[in-house]
Design a protein around this ligand. Structure first.
Ligand code: ADP
Length: 360
């Protein structure tokens, strides 16, 4: 699967932060994720191609006794970029430093980090596309020559003092490689594109996590949770924890398909992984506007949300799932959307509804 064109499910407004099916890490995720992260490439589920290629890059560097090339990982939140960076460090027997683009506002912040790296250390820079411009320029030289120029003083009297850095491996992560300026992108020796996971892969992630959390889960329950996890391991792990809560309170702790389905129904995550907001958008589109086309602003008013929330939080997944299309004339529901909500499309040739784009 390659959904890159629509993978803008990023850090959108408040509505995203509190979603059970949001892909960014919340406080609880951060607390438990360390325990669930695979520690080696062998344990890392899926992403066959990236894994194989990375395995070669790392083994070759180890054989040469060299520091590994800089690695760029692109893909939506929750697909395992941080995890892979830690695996890279572990496989190289190297320490790792973790920071992010937004945390580096001044070139000086970056200089401080770079100059304190140990030889061979892995520097994980999450959201690398959100770094400030001066820091980015400093990074070019650091990546290429393992050197930075530290500017001392101001105005005409300012001088650049070159500072040698130990060789290090930069692992940059971004939601989209296309957001990076080409000079930065070109300085990575290896780029791995992380894709959304197939259901069978998520089932493996869920079984693995269940074992680590000491939970009994059957294959059907794992499949039920995987089907609602939007192709994202972070969401799969989070849904597993919610199902566990429910099972502990209501079902003697044993996780079956039925328990998983009821539990996730309580949390309003439906069989396809849509939550309340996603369904509200689809329902408005179908019931109020006959399936569209309707403008984004009108749709947002109809669901009582901000335009940005509908566009950045709900729509990417609906588009990815083939339930909604963004067209020049407005948002349009696909036949799959009508089927998903169990509604029958009105027959109105040429007048909204299914007319035009998807009409029979
Ligand atoms: P990202 O950095 O891309 O946002 P993370 O690396 O933080 O994602 O992964 C989120 C969670 O999902 C982690 O707890 C990790 O255990 C789990 N995870 C991600 N990818 C995999 C994988 N391939 N196999 C098993 N677990 C995974």
């Amino acid at each position: 699967m390659n959904w890159d064109d629509t993978s803008s499910e990023t850090e959108a407004p408040d509505a995203a932060a509190e979603r059970l099916v949001g892909a960014s890490a919340d406080g609880e995720d951060q607390a438990v994720e360390a325990a669930l992260r695979p520690k080696s490439l062998g344990e890392f589920v899926g992403q066959e191609r990236v894994r194989e290629q990375l395995d070669l890059v790392l083994k070759a560097a180890l054989a040469r006794g060299a520091t590994a090339d800089h690695v760029l990982l692109s893909g939506a939140p929750g697909l395992g970029k941080t995890t892979l960076s830690m695996i890279i460090a572990a496989e190289m027997n190297a320490p790792i430093r973790i920071t992010s683009g937004p945390a580096i506002q001044h070139a000086g912040d970056l200089a401080a980090i770079l100059s304190s790296l140990q030889e061979g250390e892995v520097l994980f820079l999450d959201e690398i596309h959100r770094m400030s411009r001066p820091a980015e320029e400093m990074l070019y030289m650091a990546m290429e020559d393992f050197r930075v120029d530290v500017i001392v003083g101001k105005g005409p009297g300012a001088t650049a003092i070159p500072l040698e850095l130990p060789p290090f491996t930069l692992v940059g992560a971004t939601t989209r490689a296309g957001l990076l300026p080409p000079p930065l992108r070109d300085r990575f020796g290896f780029t791995g594109h992380m894709e959304f996971y197939e259901s069978a892969e998520l089932e493996r992630v869920i079984h693995r996590s269940a074992q680590l959390l000491d939970l009994e889960i059957d294959a059907d329950a794992a499949a039920e949770i995987a089907g609602r996890s939007r192709g994202t391991p972070r969401i799969a792990n989070r849904l597993l924890r919610r199902v566990r809560d429910y099972a502990q309170v209501k079902a003697d702790g044993y996780l079956t398909r039925e328990v998983a389905a009821i539990a996730l129904g309580v949390y309003e995550v439906d069989a396809r992984g849509l939550d309340r907001l996603d369904r509200a958008v689809l329902q408005a589109l179908l019931k109020l506007f006959g399936g569209g086309p309707v403008g984004l602003s009108t749709l947002a008013v109809a669901v009582g949300e901000e335009r940005e929330t509908v566009e950045e939080v709900a729509e990417p997944f609906l588009v990815r799932e083939g339930l909604l299309a963004r067209t020049p004339r407005g948002r349009v529901a696909t036949p799959a959307a009508w089927a998903h909500l169990g509604l029958t499309p009105p027959y109105a040739p040429g007048a909204g509804g299914q007319g035009g784009l998807f009409g029979a």
